[in-house]
Design a protein. Structure first.
Length: 592
């Protein structure tokens, strides 16, 4: 009997092959005391293991840099930093000295203490750090216990689907990736660093299966669908057939992508819809270009700070922004200032734990309170405007005061650049993200200070419906088609039009087939999305009539419930688009 497990998608692609169970757990450490005379030797042993781990990680970092580039390689910095941290180093030595514990036991206890301190939060970014911590524990403990080096994972004998409780970035890059067809884990998030690596490496992956590693056995045949987050163990004929059909669909898609990328993004009745790419990492720029993006609608800059032990300097930022600008010489590149807090915490800011981080010190609020960090970013952004159509975008704006403050900081930084004779485009554009009901309701006022609006539907939905976007239990309530959301989108589009400024959408809703159709109908014709969705949405654009989208949107605006809104959109699209190709990732359950 086949076992079908549902998790969450983490990296596109579909694969079939035997399971390889990766057992990478914290080894058992016996409680062992040492004699007074043995203390200094034990401290030396710990120090040797720690230095060995530092060297190993440094090597892995260098390999990653050679393979994927310097930004991706930096994901090892938190681990390297932890290995030098006095809390870890002196804490372990103290336990050896004061409690006469073996190096392994002392280190284990110290790390478990740190883990329990960190576990009190549920922020995904902190959870990702826990993952780093465990990786270190395993590495150092194995060394102290004389177990083999994890890099001895060595060459796999055949192509496999790796199933593991969780992965770490260092394990990920040590895997013999030529033989890894896909990866499925019990735990982890899409934002975990190893999942980001899987995306950069084009390895299908899915997370959050709960107990996949307990249910799978080595060698059992399996199918992994990274697009919908599904793992099938021991698939029977019907699943095999389904897999073949999906694989065929997928490879047809791959072929089609290159063709679609070159086609115009125009509706059947000749209306242009601008499709742009969202970037989480600079390396995604190539994929965005290959999938036909004409610009970058959202460049998330947090990769420059999260997990780093120091602020990124101006030069590094300038280079990153500039290369995105140069990749799109003819298109706009909308770079968002740091959106920290919420679920993204840089180590160097020492952000205090908060009761409600999504309602807390987040995004523009952090930046305005941290002038050194913010001014450096603004200066780097201004310099990048000399290399293309770089536009500056502020996240989580609530009122015009915030925009005024940013403008005045920008003026001061621009003045400084002028004084230093550094080029920038004085006609740069500054826009705001509409992500809160306050901003949507106050859009007319904000429009007076903004050159454009970009609607962040991911946040707008969570703040409108009071539904935490990261809470899987509430996923059903997180509905982009709630009438309160639809009306705000309409209001912002109308205000933007009246003020003569561009309104675009860069939240996930733009990559939802019904979402894109609704947005087009509301006259929002610039949509930005992660690169895997670009071809799908372009195909949709080319298969529908703008006139039908407008009619459907008019009906949706009068609909009393989210279900009614959805029904209006499905009816409006009619037979022109095969919605089943999307249904894997989106819940398109349509009321009868
Ligand atoms: C959004 O909120 O829709 C958005 C695009 O920003 P992020 O997902 O980075 O919060
Ligand atoms: Mg947002």
């Amino acid at each position: 009997m086949s076992v079908v497990l549902d998790g969450s998608p983490a990296s596109e692609g579909i694969a079939a092959g035997p399971v390889f169970l990766l057992e990478w757990g914290i080894p058992h450490v016996a409680h062992q005391s040492i004699s007074d005379e043995g203390v200094e030797d034990e401290i030396l042993r710990f120090d040797e293991a720690r230095r060995w781990a530092l060297e190993r990680l440094q090597e892995i970092k260098e390999q990653t840099e050679a393979r994927l580039g310097p930004v991706e390689a930096r994901i090892f910095d938190p681990q390297l930093l932890m290995l030098e941290d006095v809390e870890v180093v002196d804490g372990t030595a103290r336990y050896i000295r004061e409690n006469r514990l073996s190096a392994a036991r002392a280190f284990e206890l110290r790390m478990l203490e740190l883990r329990s301190m960190w576990s009190r939060t549920s922020h995904p970014m902190v959870l990702d750090r826990l993952n780093d911590l465990e990786d270190l524990m395993i590495r150092v403990l194995r060394r102290l216990l004389g177990m083999n080096d994890p890099s001895d994972l060595g060459a796999l004998e055949e192509p496999v689907i790796v199933v593991a409780p969780n992965l770490t970035p260092s394990l990920m890059v040590q895997l013999d990736l030529d033989n890894v067809l896909g990866i499925a884990t019990d735990h982890g998030t899409r934002t975990a660093h190893w999942a980001m690596l899987a995306r950069s490496l084009n390895t299908p992956a899915a997370v959050g299966f709960g107990d996949a590693s307990a249910r799978a056995t080595n060698g059992v045949p399996a199918i992994l669908d990274g697009r919908i987050g599904r793992l099938v163990l021991d698939p029977q004929e019907v699943e095999q057939d389904r897999f073949e059909a999906r694989r065929k669909q997928h490879s047809d898609w791959e072929e089609e992508i290159a063709i679609i990328a070159a086609l115009e993004s125009v509706t059947l009745d000749g209306q242009y819809v601008e499709l742009r790419g969202n970037l989480d990492l600079p390396s995604e720029v190539e994929q965005a270009v290959a999938h036909g993006a004409v610009g970058v609608g959202l460049f998330r800059t947090e990769f420059l700070v999260v997990g780093r032990n120091s602020m990124p300097d101006e030069e590094e930022q300038y280079e990153a922004y500039r290369s995105a600008a140069e990749a799109f010489p003819a298109g706009g590149v909308y770079i968002r200032t740091f959106d920290l807090g919420g679920d993204k915490f840089p180590m160097f800011l020492n952000m205090p734990p908060e009761q409600n981080p999504f309602l807390g010190w987040r995004a523009i609020r952090v930046c305005l309170d941290e002038p050194a960090l913010f001014r450096t970013q603004l200066r780097a952004l201004l310099r990048a405007t000399a290399h293309g159509d770089v536009r500056l975008m502020i996240p989580l704006v609530n009122d015009v005061e915030e925009v005024r403050e940013v403008r005045s900081l920008l003026q001061e930084e621009a003045e400084g650049l002028r004084r230093d004779g550094i080029p920038f485009n004085a006609g740069y554009k500054l826009g705001v993200m509409i992500e809160t009901p306050a901003a949507a309701l106050d859009a007319a006022e904000l429009a007076r200070y903004s050159d454009f609006f970009s609607i962040g539907t991911n946040d707008l939905i969570q703040y409108t419906l009071a539904v935490d976007r990261t809470n899987t239990r509430l996923a059903k309530l997180y509905n982009p088609f709630h009438p309160a959301v639809v009306r705000q989108l309409h209001q912002v589009a109308r205000v933007g039009r009246a003020a003569g400024i561009e309104v675009s959408v860069c939240g996930e809703m733009a990559s939802h087939p019904l979402g894109a159709f609704l947005l087009m109908g509301l006259d929002i014709t610039a949509l930005s999305m992660a690169w895997p969705s670009l071809s799908e949405i372009k195909r949709l654009v080319r298969d529908v009539r703008m006139e039908d989208a407008r009619t459907a949107a008019r009906k949706a605006l009068a609909a009393p419930t989210a279900q009614d809104v959805t029904r209006c959109l499905v009816e409006g699209i009619g037979d022109s688009v095969d919605l089943s190709v999307f249904s894997g990732r989106w819940s398109l359950s349509v009321p009868g």
